[in-house]
Ligand binder design. Structure first.
Ligand SMILES: [Zn+2]
Length: 531
């Protein structure tokens, strides 16, 4: 229940909730009592009648709307009698509306906030007006003294500070600016009436955007600032708008400000940035930075958006030819298999040459350059990571542009097309067989690449596994080596993951070209491939 009260101030710890309640009680005892009553009834009713999810309860979100409703209902509740029954009705309506409204917000990619509390309060105000009663009239007017106001505000600020220092300072500045603006507009900045409640607009918009919505991201600051500006503007014009005459702004400027801001700042992909899984993945990368850093291990899914099919899926092989014919032993032992292998590689090389790095490659290059990713190991041989500018790339399976001699190891240029069918793809130095420097089935990994990959795996604190099912044992080994040294994994995959996923791992079930730019933007990295 204290968590629910904490959520009223965008906080989430019981202690923060208690401080917030105490602060509220000092300033406006009836508001505090209302919030407490709302939260308490929601805990009783919500669990039993409105079966809400465990996760929401654990976070205190189950009773959040109800606590807010109680806060708004402070004045009618202070009058006792009939309003108490009406409050019970309003609370039931609020709890009932809560789920569909939250679902609607999530479908639209907007933070759910508490539209049910807002809507039901507006309806309540209308009902009171219809019967000639003033919703805002307290039985005894609340008139906190300057000392009470200061003490209450201090308690609330302490609760906010426990959550996020910088967001609190920013919110205080915003609140001061809003109070000055209110005074300049000739309104009482502390009034709780129609034109008041400014404290529910500007400061929470900033605090909410920064501290709660995207707490580990520069995007949070952008969302918070834009939200605060929109909220302030809405609040200022609210009493002027003819439609809004008599309709208290309550938290509406704050809600609308935050929603508009999310749409403006986060754009079309906003639902992605509000996904807790993305936050958790970013947190792992942030935590890893102070430890051994993050190793990115990439596979075919990285290049899908560049139009390159997974070569292990067989798209490059000749139909009807057994897989064994493309193995290393067949290449050594049989001229026909050798030529088939060259043909398949030539097709893959043509496609790679034509392909362009996609947003996933650019984002990875940005993450690597900014130090969020300390090493990149790829199973891909298409060279697109390198072309996007990924520094110190470890190409575990070689790369398709390289050719080397199997006898003396010297590199060689690609032979002219079809030379292999005439058996002339031979080393100019020693006459040994040339072979594309990519790993065939049954061929050992390049020792140098493996050594670098292995030392990156044993040093890292997190592994970002992108677009690979880890079906190739060398990649699975790297992940196992990293895990043995205490690293957690972030899997970016739309398919099956061929490894057990442990507690503490994160799964972003998204294509690489969406997940990596989102992670990069979240971590404040501007990359060539993002908007
Ligand atoms: Zn040679």
């Amino acid at each position: 229940m204290l968590r629910a009260l904490a959520q009223v101030g965008f906080l989430n710890k019981p202690l923060q909730g208690a401080l917030l309640l105490a602060g509220l009680a000092v300033i406006s005892p009836w508001s505090a009592a209302g919030a407490l009553l709302g939260a308490a009834l929601a805990v009783l009713l919500g669990r039993v009648v409105f079966a809400q999810s465990e996760i929401e309860w654990a976070a205190g979100l189950g009773a959040y709307d109800a606590a807010l409703l109680g806060l708004f209902w402070a004045a009618p509740l202070s009058r006792g009698g009939a309003p108490a029954w009406l409050f019970a009705l309003a609370l039931i309506a609020c709890l009932g509306l809560r789920r569909p409204l939250r679902r609607l917000a999530l479908v639209l990619g907007l933070p759910p906030l508490a539209p049910a509390a807002l809507l039901v309060t507006w309806i309540s105000i209308g009902v009171f007006a219809a019967f000639g009663a003033n919703f805002w009239e307290f039985a005894r007017p609340p008139s906190p003294s300057a000392e009470e106001l200061a003490l209450g505000a201090a308690l609330i600020v302490v609760a906010m500070l426990l959550k996020n220092l910088r967001a609190t300072l920013a919110a205080l500045l915003a609140a001061a600016a809003a109070a000055l603006a209110a005074a300049a507009l000739g309104r009482d900045p502390l009034s709780l009436d129609t034109a008041g409640l400014w404290a529910f607009t500007v400061a929470p918009a900033l605090f909410g955007g920064v501290a709660t919505l995207l707490p580990h991201s520069r995007l949070g600051w952008q969302v918070g600032l834009v939200a605060a500006l929109i909220a302030a503007a809405l609040w200022a014009v609210w009493p002027l708008a003819t439609l809004m005459q008599g309709l208290a702004p309550l938290m509406a400027p704050f809600f609308l400000g935050l929603w508009f801001s999310v749409v403006v700042v986060l754009g079309r992909e906003r639902a992605l940035y509000l996904d807790p899984e993305l936050h958790q993945a970013a947190r792992l990368i942030i935590a890893a930075r102070g430890a051994g850093g993050t190793l990115a291990l990439t596979g075919a899914g990285m290049s899908t958006a560049s139009g390159i099919a997974d070569y292990t899926a067989g798209a490059w092989l000749d139909p009807g030819v057994p897989l064994a014919s493309y193995g290393y032993n067949a290449f050594i032992g049989d001229a026909g298999s050798r030529s088939l292998y060259w043909d398949a590689c030539a097709r893959f090389r043509d496609a790679s040459d034509r392909a362009q790095p996609n947003p996933a490659h650019h984002a990875l290059a940005g993450l690597r350059a900014a130090g969020w990713v300390r090493a990149v190991v790829t199973q891909n041989v298409d060279g697109l990571d390198r072309r996007a500018g990924v520094a110190d790339l470890v190409e575990l399976h070689g790369h398709i542009d390289a050719v080397h001699c199997l006898l003396c190891g010297q590199p060689a240029p690609w032979p002219e097309a079809g030379a292999w069918w005439r058996q002339v793809a031979l080393c100019g130095g020693c006459g040994g067989l040339l072979k594309p420097a990519v790993i065939a089935f049954g061929e050992g990994l390049p020792p140098d690449a493996w050594r670098r990959a292995d030392s990156a795996a044993t040093a890292c604190a997190a592994v970002l596994v992108v677009g690979t099912q880890l079906a190739v044992s060398s990649a699975a080994n790297l992940v196992a080596r990293a895990r043995a040294h205490g690293a957690h994994c972030i899997f970016v995959s739309t398919g099956v993951i061929a490894l057990p996923v442990y507690a503490g791992d994160r799964i972003l079930a998204l294509p690489a070209e969406r997940a990596l730019p989102a992670l990069a933007r979240y971590l404040g990295v501007a990359t060539a491939g993002t908007r």
